[in-house]
Design a protein around this ligand. Structure first.
Ligand code: IPM
Ligand code: MG
Length: 356
């Protein structure tokens, strides 16, 4: 089993190092090969997703990804920005199904900005389509500018599009996931305004006929954004397009108190996957040793479960994370009065120890 390890920028290197440490301790004989990505790769070789990195990712069974991006690259032309690395990996590997769970850990109920009773026991799964929509619309790449700006441009646009097969396959993923959970799918669209999302709604409704045991509801995206803070526990599986999924998954993650706790998986049709924390590169705290490594460690657990067929090892990691939280250990993002503040490495060490 070969894992491509792509730490990236900012806190990416710090948190990925902790996840690698935990993976090694499992004694599964995993082969792990590192490669640069994002701003780090741009600095080293002039491109955020060098050919060698893409090749490694393609031939690996799974990719463990940190984070990319830094404000200092904001003026680069779009094709060279760090974000293009993750978008390129998604496109080239065909990673169309993005799983973003939002789980509220019992010990962290107080870290949420919502009332405890609204989020205690929260366990929702956002399934975001990841290789279509306005992110990969037609005009993409047609506009050329050397300095990242379009002097004199009076207009700009990005096309939103989905095809029937793209919607069908993500809908199947959502219904199958719901079958293993509470058997409810909320499909989020904007069919009242956009043709793209009328097609989305129609196709999801058709696919639902194959899953009579799963309840399907449709919700407009603006209402979904509201319901997420009003009554988040009413959701089970949310399935939506790339753009709405980007926005709603950030919102959902914060319900749980800290985005530093949430893993994610992006899978293709062969179950090859890219695993990354839901948060970004956090350049403001990079290098300080205070970033929360738990989202990345939990992403490694998802990797073991989804791509490497090692469910027991995944269970061991998840139990260890719960154990360190029960011990009262907290990185600053989840710290509260009465708990023990620890840094990135200490948190990784504690998980290692709790693996048993
Ligand atoms: C995410 C991020 C990315 C996205 C960026 C970094 C391109 O926000 O994974 O949610 O918009 O998809
Ligand atoms: Mg995002």
């Amino acid at each position: 089993m070969k894992i491509a390890v792509l730490p990236g920028d900012g806190i990416g290197t710090e948190i990925v190092a902790e996840a690698v440490k935990v993976l090694k301790a499992l004694g599964l004989g995993l082969e792990m090969e590192h490669a640069p990505v994002g701003g780090a790769a741009y600095e080293a070789s002039g491109h955020p997703l060098p050919d060698a990195t893409l090749r490694l990712a393609r031939e690996a069974d799974a990719v463990l990804f940190g984070a990319v991006g830094d404000w200092k690259y904001d003026t680069l032309e779009r094709a060279l920005r760090p974000e293009q690395a993750i978008l390129g990996l998604r496109k080239h590997l065909g990673l169309f199904a993005n799983f973003r769970p939002a789980i509220c850990y019992e010990q962290l109920v107080g870290a949420s900005s919502l009332k405890p009773e609204l989020i205690a026991g929260l366990d929702i799964l956002i399934i975001r389509e990841l290789t279509g929509d306005i992110y990969f619309g037609q005009p993409r790449g047609r506009r050329v500018a050397t300095d990242g700006h379009f002097p004199g441009a009076e207009e700009a646009f990005d096309t939103m599009r989905y095809s029937r097969p793209e919607i069908e396959r993500i809908a199947h993923v959502a219904f199958q996931a719901a079958r293993k959970r509470n058997k409810k799918v909320t499909s989020v669209d904007k069919a009242n305004v956009l043709e793209t999302f009328q097609l989305w709604k129609d196709v999801v409704t058709e696919v639902a006929r194959d899953y009579p045991d799963v309840t399907l509801e449709h919700m407009y995206v603006d209402n979904a954004a509201m319901q997420l803070v009003k009554a988040p526990k009413k959701f089970d599986v949310i399935v939506t397009g790339n753009m709405f999924g980007d926005i709603l998954s950030d919102e959902a993650s914060m319900l749980t108190g800290s985005i530093g706790m949430l893993p994610s998986a992006s899978l293709n049709a062969k179950n090859q996957g890219l695993y990354e924390p839901s948060h970004g590169s956090a350049p403001d705290i990079a290098g300080q040793g205070i970033a929360n490594p738990l989202a990345t460690i939990l992403s490694a657990a998802m990797m073991l479960r989804f791509s490497l067929n090692q469910p027991e090892a995944a269970d061991r990691i998840e139990a260890a994370v719960k154990a360190v939280l029960a011990q009262g250990l907290r990185t600053p993002d989840i710290w509260s009065e009465g708990t023990t503040k620890v840094g990135t490495v200490q948190m990784g060490d504690a998980v290692l120890k709790a693996l048993g």
